[in-house]
Design a protein around this ligand. Structure first.
Ligand code: CA
Length: 223
């Protein structure tokens, strides 16, 4: 799952980023409204955390632009003051939920899970390829009933490949999904992760699921 945080208070954004990364999310951060807006328009995110009081362009204006451009990514507004007017304006502008600062990290996680569940109506909770099963709620991965322990990056790569099962995913696309916006993409790093992943999900089993398409990228196939 990839999250965009648009929040100018660096203490808050880095706190959220660190916490979410521990929970297997991939996180991008923007510190002003204009940058955040262009990232939201140009990248694919599963959810956006949007502060209201932002430099360059305020959160409500950013939200209106995104909805105007038909970006339907769930948006959780972060508000400093809890005036009714501000909340109503935010929800009217197309926000899915809001959270008043300061908030407990546990509450943020719970609301994110709720938002993702709602937007997951057409996405299954269990992603499968043959006897490999990934549970997107618990992050539990098994193959033939045997539990497989993955690091957050390995998990993130596997989840993305499974969501795009039977389709070749380029290394560039994979690294875009797995890394921060500002990460200087060295796709060789992806190969290292793929090898580790392959050792865990394929090595001890008869059928190989994760395939390399030489010069192009990777694919997970049922058969
Ligand atoms: Ca702010």
């Amino acid at each position: 799952m990839k999250v965009l945080i648009i929040e100018d208070e660096k203490k808050v954004s880095s706190f959220i980023k660190r916490g979410l990364e521990e929970e297997y999310y991939t996180v991008d951060v923007a510190y002003d409204g204009k940058t955040g807006e262009s990232m939201a328009l140009n990248e694919e995110y599963d959810v956006i955390l949007l502060d209201i009081m932002l430099p360059q362009k305020d959160g409500i204006a950013v939200l209106k632009t995104l909805r105007g451009e038909k970006i339907s990514t769930p948006v959780l507004l972060l508000t400093a003051k809890h005036t009714i007017e501000e909340k109503v304006e935010g929800l009217d502008a197309g926000a899915d939920d809001y959270l008043t600062k300061p908030f407990a990290f546990e509450e943020l996680l719970a609301r994110l899970r709720a938002l993702l569940r709602r937007s997951e109506t057409d996405k299954s909770i269990h992603l499968k390829a043959a006897d490999l099963i990934l549970d997107t709620q618990t992050h539990n991965v098994t193959r033939n009933g045997i539990e497989i322990t993955l690091t957050p990056k390995e998990y993130s790569i596997l989840e993305y490949l499974l969501r795009n099962k039977n389709r070749v995913i380029s290394r560039t696309k994979l690294s875009e999904h797995v890394y921060d916006y500002h990460f200087d993409t060295d796709t060789n790093v992806i190969d290292v992760y793929i090898n580790k992943l392959r050792n865990k999900i394929d090595k001890d089993f008869d059928k190989q699921l994760l395939h390399t398409v030489r010069g192009v990228g990777y694919i997970i196939k049922d058969n």
